[in-house]
Design a protein around this ligand. Structure first.
Ligand SMILES: Cc1cc2nc3c(=O)[nH]c(=O)nc-3n(C[C@H](O)[C@H](O)[C@H](O)COP(=O)(O)O)c2cc1C
Length: 126
């Protein structure tokens, strides 16, 4: 099985990235997990031409080719980070790589409930 591990933040230092790196290593014998970054995507601006940035089409192709997606999200103000919703906005603008795609939602936080509300938020978005 091949999975895409979506780092749900644009932060350089992130426990969520570390979590995905750990999962990749921990389950190396059972699945291939490729980490993808959303930090270099431009801010979604609803381009009239519907022309997508090349990073977005590359990301969509990776998702389409994978057996499933794992998204690890931090929690910012009880929601997903702006960088994550930005990526999801691009990935639903005339393209639908998540249709019928199994998605596992996870997250890491320093606090007891941190990431849980963002995960519920992400479930609703998806
Ligand atoms: C702007 C901002 C808002 C945050 N809001 C919340 C919050 O509402 N609830 C919460 O539990 N943690 C909150 N946190 C803490 C982060 O969610 C938590 O540290 C995060 O899951 C860590 O992920 P990361 O290391 O991948 O960035 C906030 C952090 C920042 C920077």
């Amino acid at each position: 099985m091949k999975f895409i591990g979506f780092v749900g933040t644009n932060a350089t230092r992130s426990t969520n990235r570390t979590l995905l790196q750990f999962m990749k290593k921990m389950f190396a014998n059972e699945a291939e997990i490729e980490l993808v970054e959303i930090k270099d995507l431009p801010m979604f601006n609803k381009p009239k031409s519907k022309e997508l940035p090349v990073q977005v089409t590359q990301l969509a192709e990776k998702i389409a080719a994978a057996d499933g997606v794992i998204i690890s999200t931090p929690e910012y103000d009880h929601a997903v980070p702006a960088a994550l919703i930005n990526a999801l906005n691009w990935l639903s603008y005339g393209i639908f790589p998540f249709v019928d795609k199994p998605v596992m939602i996870t997250g890491a936080s320093y606090g007891t409930l941190g990431s849980s509300r963002a995960q519920a938020h992400l479930r609703q978005i998806l």
